[in-house]
Structures are given as C-alpha cells and as structure tokens.
Design a protein around this ligand. Sequence first.
Ligand SMILES: C[S@@+](CC[C@H](N)C(=O)[O-])C[C@H]1O[C@@H](n2cnc3c(N)ncnc32)[C@H](O)[C@@H]1O
Length: 255
Amino acid sequence: MPRSDQDRERDRQRYEVAGGRVPNHPDLMASELLPLEYRPAVVEFERVVKKYVSSESRVIELGCGTGRHTSALVKSSRFVVGIDYAMSALLALQSCGSWGPQVHLAQADIAAVPMPDSSFSVVVCTSSLSYADPVQLIGEIRRLLSSGGTLIVIDALRHNPIYQLNRFVALLRGDRTITSLRRIPSLKTIASLTKYFGNSEVRFYGHSLFLMSLLKIFVSLERSLEISIKLDQHLPRWMAFRFVLVATELEKVSI
Ligand SMILES: C[S@@+](CC[C@H](N)C(=O)[O-])C[C@H]1O[C@@H](n2cnc3c(N)ncnc32)[C@H](O)[C@@H]1O
C-alpha cells in the first residue's frame, strides 16, 4: 500500500478516536469556544460566512468533524451537508438535535464526495486541506461547485519554521502523519485554489502566536492580543499560523 494511503488510514483512525472524545457545543460558534488568542481567524471565518452564505445557499463542509465551524454555516443557510470519514465525529455532531433538519451528514472521503457535479453554491473547508492530495481535492471542489460558486477556507499555513517545528514534534509523538504534514497548505496551494475564481480575498493570522505565552508574562492577555493583531497586519504572510480565504465567482469549465 502506498505511504499516502497508509497515512490516510492512520489519520482516519486517529480522528475516529478523537471524535468520540471531543465535546461539541452546537449552539456556540467556534469563536466562542476557543481561547482568546486563537479567535481572530475564526471571527474572520464567521464574518465571511455571514457575508457570503445566505439562507438559499446550498453549502457543503468538507471535513466537518464534530462541527466546530458548522454552527456558523447552519446559522446562515437552510441547507448544509457535512462530510467526514470519522463516524464518531459525525455521530457526535448528529446527536445535537437542536440543529434542525437542515444539516445532512455523510461519511465519505473529501477527495471523492458522492454528490453530483455542480450541486453546491458554497464549498467550505475547515482545517481539512492537509488530508487529501491537493490536486485531487481542488478538482473535487471545482466539480461540486456550481458556476459562480463560492469557496471558503480556514486552515493552517505551512511556512513559519517555529510552527513547523511544533508540527514535527507532533509527528514524532505520533499525533500527525508525514503525508498530512507535507500537505499543509502553502502560499502556492492558496494560489492554486484561487486561480479558478473571479475574485478572492485571503487574510493571514497568528504570525506571533508563539510569542503569546511570553508576552502574557509581562502584559495582560487582552494587551498581548492587541499586539498580536497589530503584528498580523505588519508581518509577512509566510509567518502566519492560519489563513481565511474566500473566493467567489467560480469560472466553470469541464474538468
Ligand atoms: C483538523 S480536523 C478539523 C475538524 C473540523 N472541521 C474543525 O474545524 O474543528 C480534520 C477533519 O477532517 C476529517 N478528514 C480528514 N481527512 C479526511 C478525508 N480524506 N475524508 C473525509 N474526512 C477527512 C477528519 O476526520 C477531521 O474531522
């Protein structure tokens, strides 16, 4: 079996175990669940969802997990499909009755979604880009989207060596696979994702997240967050920890 398939199976098993452990809070937005220093990117994700997803949108979330970001989608659209290969995560998400009938969950591979071509007006990827072959996944996103459709992504960025070191330690601990590590989106991935769309907007966050624990010793958490937000505006994009992307007006051509 090729290395990437072995790693896919290892990742799936890890998420299957994790899905059974993570408590989900369907009525809360991800920004309300996270520690203060991790919130700016998620607040931007929620702003983008509010702006670009309407009640008429047909939305699919690839890699929905236990639904941390799904709340924002459900608050905006009457039709949301969540795809994940971890059954335990989907069951945890499904057990939240308060979501109503507009959420449809399916256990499937994000790189081969069993849905017809052009069946969604919005595709959302929430920290799932590292888990499929990028060329295959971009093809799948384009196939699922209808003409003029919108792509929304919140994910990690690869380049910053400090975050890379942290991820490498996770690899040594067995909490990551080498394939998912190699597939963490880069600036090049972002360019490949956006080139099929008429318009795109990408914002970068968490350039100085690694400094927060140090800063918090000297100034309050709120002040260190203000500093971190300022640094996000001035430091180069490659230093970012995460990004939020919205691309609109897909130019549909047969793939
Ligand atoms: C980093 S977690 C993100 C979960 C959730 N979207 C969030 O933001 O909290 C990645 C999710 O993608 C799912 N996943 C990874 N690879 C997948 C694949 N090939 N097909 C379907 N789901 C996948 C995992 O089960 C996991 O729930």
